[in-house]
Design a protein around this ligand. Structure first.
Ligand SMILES: [Zn+2]
Length: 418
C-alpha cells in the first residue's frame, strides 16, 4: 500500500491554498446561478459575487450554524433553497432537526482518505457499526471503505452479541464506529467466554462521532493490540479531517475548506488560537457555505512527519458555548484539563475579571506539597499555560492548602459588562 491516498495530500501548502480559493470561487459562481437562496444572500449583503476572489473576501459571507440551517430549510422546504434544482441527487439523508441533505455519491471520496491513512485497504474485512438508518453515517463510511478496497459488513447498530458473532464468523480485521460501542462489543465477547485479543483478528479501529478518551485509546492499543485512529466530520459537510499514523493532530481533507474563526466576528482567529471550526465542502449540488460546527479547535501549520502537507486540526477542545473568551481568545475546559494532568501536584482555578475595559486573567493556585519551589513552579506553569491556551496569565496567587475544594469550578468568570 502506498503512503498517500493521492498526490494531492503532498502538494505544497501554497498550491493547496490557491486551489481551494479557486474551488470556493467556482462554488460561489455556481451557487449564485443555481440557488435562489445564495442569490438572495448576495443581494442582502449588497455584494457582487464576483468580488469574492480571496479567502479574506470569503469571510464576508455569514456563518450558517446547524440551527440556522434548520430555520432555512423550514422556511423553504426541503433544502432551504441552498440546492442546485437541476442537479441529480441519488440519496437524501435525514438528521435530527430535521435537516435534509441531498447527496450525490458517485464522485465523492468521503472518509476514504481517513481509512487509507489508517492502513485499511484490500484484504480487510471491516465491521461498520455506524447507523445506516436515515442518517449519512452508515452509507458514507461504507462508501469510504469500498473506495479503499475493503470488504464491509453493514452491521450498523445491531446488538453487541450479533457483532461478536460477525467478528468471529467473518474474521473481521477492523472496526469502524464509536469507541464506546467497540468497548461494549469487547465486554460482550469476554462475557461470552472469548479472549478478544487471542480469539479474534480485529487489529484496527477507526472512530468518529464521539471523543476518544486517552485512557480508552491506551486500553484498546495495549490490552487488545488494536491500532486506533480518530476521524472527524459533521453530517452536514461530510468528512473534515483524519489522523495519520503519527497521531498528532488531524489532517484536513482536500475536499473541504476549514476556517478557524472567532464566532463573534466571523473572521479568522489569530494564528494558533482556538476558534470555531467552520467548514465548506466543495459541492455542486448543495451550496452550504461556511457551516459553523460549534466545535472549538486550532490549526497546526507545522509539517507532519508522515509527509502529508495539509494543515492539521489539534483535536476538538470542546464546544463554543462551553468556553470562556479572554482578550478575544477562547479557553476551553479541555485545555485546562491538560494543564491539570501536567501539574498533578497542584490545584488551581482561573479567575477572569475586568479592569478599565481590559480582561485580567488570574490563576489561583495551591500546592499539595509544602516543600515545592514556588518560583520555578510559577515559571513552568505560566509557560505551559501560554502554550496550551495561547492566553497569557496576568497574575498568579498562591493560596493556603485547603482553600480550593474539589467541586470548585475550574474557571470563574466575574466580568460585568456595563
Ligand atoms: Zn500526518
Amino acid at each position: 500500500m502506498t503512503n498517500y491516498y493521492d498526490h494531492k495530500e503532498c502538494m505544497p501548502a501554497e498550491e493547496r491554498e490557491s486551489r481551494k480559493t479557486l474551488q470556493i470561487t467556482d462554488m460561489i459562481t455556481a451557487g449564485y446561478h443555481k440557488s435562489s437562496r445564495i442569490r438572495k444572500m448576495f443581494e442582502n449583503l449588497q455584494l457582487d459575487y464576483s468580488e469574492v476572489s480571496t479567502l479574506v473576501d470569503y469571510e464576508r459571507l455569514p456563518i450558517i450554524s446547524r440551527e440556522k440551517l434548520i430555520e432555512l430549510e423550514m422556511s423553504e422546504p426541503p433544502y432551504g433553497g441552498l440546492n442546485n434544482a437541476e442537479a441529480e441527487i441519488d440519496r437524501i439523508f435525514i438528521s435530527p432537526g430535521p435537516v435534509y441533505e441531498p447527496h450525490l455519491s458517485e464522485n465523492d471520496h468521503l472518509w476514504a482518505r481517513a481509512y487509507h491513512a489508517a492502513g485499511i485497504g484490500k484484504g480487510d474485512v471491516v465491521l461498520n457499526a455506524f447507523s445506516y438508518h436515515m442518517v449519512a453515517a452508515g452509507l458514507t463510511f461504507h462508501g469510504g471503505l469500498r473506495r479503499v478496497g475493503a470488504t464491509v459488513i453493514p452491521s450498523g447498530t445491531s446488538s453487541s452479541q450479533l457483532q461478536v458473532q460477525l467478528i468471529r464468523d467473518l474474521e473481521v480485521t477492523a472496526y469502524t464506529g464509536t469507541p464506546s460501542f467497540l468497548l461494549a462489543i469487547i465486554n460482550k465477547a469476554e462475557e461470552m467466554g472469548y479472549n478478544f485479543k487471542k480469539d479474534f483478528r480485529v487489529r484496527r479501529a477507526c472512530f468518529a462521532a464521539e471523543p476518544l478518551a486517552p485512557s480508552l485509546r491506551e486500553r484498546f492499543e495495549q490490552e487488545y493490540t488494536i491500532d486506533t485512529y480518530q476521524m472527524y466530520g459533521a453530517t452536514e459537510v461530510g468528512d473534515v479531517s483524519f489522523e495519520c499514523r503519527e497521531k498528532k493532530g488531524w489532517h484536513i481533507c482536500e475536499e473541504v475548506l476549514v476556517e478557524i474563526v472567532d464566532p463573534a466576528t466571523g473572521k479568522k482567529a489569530p494564528s494558533g488560537a482556538l476558534g470555531e471550526v467552520v467548514v465548506t465542502r466543495f459541492n455542486t449540488i448543495f451550496f452550504l457555505f461556511r457551516f459553523g460546527t460549534g466545535d472549538l479547535s486550532r490549526i497546526i501549520e507545522s509539517p507532519c512527519p508522515c509527509g502529508r502537507t495539509s494543515y492539521r486540526l489539534d483535536g476538538i477542545a470542546g464546544r463554543v458555548g462551553d468556553a470562556v473568551k479572554v482578550r478575544g481568545l477562547f479557553i476551553a475546559p479541555s485545555q485546562l484539563n491538560k494543564i491539570r494532568e501536567k501539574f498533578d501536584n497542584v490545584k488551581f482555578q482561573i479567575l477572569v475579571t475586568r479592569t478599565s475595559h481590559e480582561d485580567i486573567l488570574t490563576v489561583r493556585l495551591e500546592t499539595k506539597e509544602t516543600s515545592i519551589n514556588t518560583v520555578s513552579l510559577e515559571d513552568d506553569f505560566r509557560k505551559f499555560f501560554k502554550d496550551a491556551c495561547t492566553v497569557k496569565i496576568d497574575r498568579m496567587e498562591f493560596l493556603n492548602p485547603g482553600t480550593l475544594k474539589e467541586d470548585d469550578r475550574l474557571i470563574v468568570d466575574q466580568r460585568e459588562w456595563k
